[in-house]
Write a protein that binds this ligand. Structure first.
Ligand SMILES: *Cc1c(COP(=O)(O)O)cnc(C)c1O
Length: 431
């Protein structure tokens, strides 16, 4: 399998090169040359397969011969070594819980898969590899945990001091070993700027082998299709496939679902639930795409004004507006609706959503009102405890702390504090 750049250069890369580079040299996104088809009988017999077998079957064609079968099987097994339960909320709406991984958000899957692939690929590079990431919250923890203990790879995470939640900060700063957290006295843009400058610094790149763990990386993007297979495997009415509603920000997750669908996985329809950041919603209404400035909402992991994977969605449907419209609907949910949904599902259905899952639930409810004979699944992308500052005032009671969080709550934070000055950052990297 080869990948081309969405900027249409004739350049091709295999999975190894695309993973190491992250972004194509012409600044486009890597995209698979063709979408493979699932093996015959796979869907009919999906109940018989383990989740490791399903994941391996889905991802193998995209990896091609860049990773040997036995190694890839091990990587896949380590990637998904936690549960993905489908839980019923109402008569018509189910929740696929994607928050049972180490950092309690769905980004664990992509980060775990990518870190292990990169760890394999760098074995024949006789230099330490340094992964640089700027984070506004969730990504950093998933990447830190994913790369923890991976041989040959150092991870440097930059985060804005005082601007991530306390759980998120502990997930970044308490691991140690090959993970270093740099606490920047500035905002997320300052962090991102330092990382960009480091990648553009030729002198530095002669000294260090730098790479990024950006969410557009194919090795983070493609394993997200596993969720959709696990959703269908647990769906009892196989003859009437579910509508799947995805709380979307950068649109990586939903596009991975569309890859699964185009490979042959039954999905009735996709719903992209967004918050006030509604550029894709507007595109689906009007056929015209206009990027926006991001606005802050309660579902902050979806505060994206110009989703980078929008181009992949267009690519998947050959840039044909009617084809996109036929496959996906969108709803934009306000913060007031998000809170009301959180409260209602908690009180009526005894199910506690996080703010992102609440956006998805509200979006799916709106879709099902227009399509009353359908049933659907929301992807619940984070554990509510990660956003307890939003959730607790709404439900007027504390959110139960899961066991995996208790471990880090009494660990000591360790970070390197820095002003957002490139020179000090560079000196730190070289030291
Ligand atoms: C990142 C994130 C999203 C958005 O996912 P995209 O792939 O960027 O659309 C939704 N919910 C949570 C909790 C996230 O961390």
């Amino acid at each position: 399998m080869l990948y081309y750049s969405t900027n249409k250069q004739t350049l091709r890369a295999d999975f190894k090169e695309a993973t190491i580079k992250g972004q194509a040299p012409d600044k486009g996104l890597y995209f698979p040359e063709s979408i493979p088809q699932l093996p015959a009988g796979f869907i009919e017999n999906i109940d018989l397969f383990s989740k490791e077998e399903i994941a391996f079957t889905a991802i193998q064609p995209f990896v091609g011969d860049t990773i040997p079968t036995e190694v890839l099987k091990k990587i896949v097994a380590e990637t998904i070594n936690f549960d993905f339960p489908l839980v019923q909320i109402t008569d018509d709406i189910y929740s696929l819980e994607l928050f049972h991984g180490p950092t309690l958000a769905f980004k664990d899957v992509g980060a775990r898969f990518m870190s292990r692939c990169l760890g394999y690929f760098v074995q024949d590079i006789n230099k330490q590899v340094t992964v640089l990431v700027a984070t506004s919250g969730d990504t950093g923890g998933a990447v830190a945990s994913g790369f923890y203990g991976v041989e040959g790879v150092n991870v440097v995470i930059l985060y804005p001091s005082g601007k991530v939640s306390s759980v998120q900060e502990l997930q970044l700063t308490t691991l140690g070993k090959n993970i270093t957290a740099i606490e920047i006295d500035g905002n997320f843009d300052d962090c991102q700027q330092l990382v960009k400058q480091a990648f553009a610094d030729e002198k530095l790149n002669e000294e260090l082998f730098l790479t990024s763990a950006n969410s557009i990386n194919v090795a983070r993007w493609l394993p997200q299709q596993f969720y959709y297979f696990y959703a269908f495997q647990q769906w009892t009415d196989k003859k009437n496939p579910p509508v799947i509603c995805v709380p979307s920000g950068n649109f990586g997750n939903i596009c991975a679902g569309m890859v699964a669908y185009l490979q042959g996985l039954p999905v009735k329809h996709f719903v992209a639930a967004v918050n006030a950041n509604d550029s894709v919603y507007k595109y689906l209404q009007t056929g015209t795409y206009q990027s926006q400035q991001a606005v802050a909402t309660l579902s902050n992991a979806m505060d994206v004004g110009n989703p980078s994977n929008f181009i992949r969605m267009m690519e998947l449907f050959k840039h044909e507006y009617p084809a996109v419209k036929n496959a996906v609907s969108s709803f934009s949910i306000t913060d007031a609706e998000t809170k009301a949904t959180l409260k209602d599902t908690f009180n009526r259905n005894s199910y506690l959503l996080d703010p992102h899952g609440a956006v998805a639930f509200a979006g799916l409810e709106k879709y099902l009102k227009q399509h009353p004979s359908d049933k659907g699944i929301i992807l619940e992308t984070a554990h509510p405890v990660k956003f307890y500052d939003v959730v607790e005032p709404v439900i007027e009671q504390p959110v139960e702390r899961p066991a995996s969080i208790l471990g880090i709550l009494n660990k000591k934070k360790e970070s390197v504090r820095m002003n957002p000055e490139y020179q000090s950052f560079k000196e730190y990297l070289l030291s």
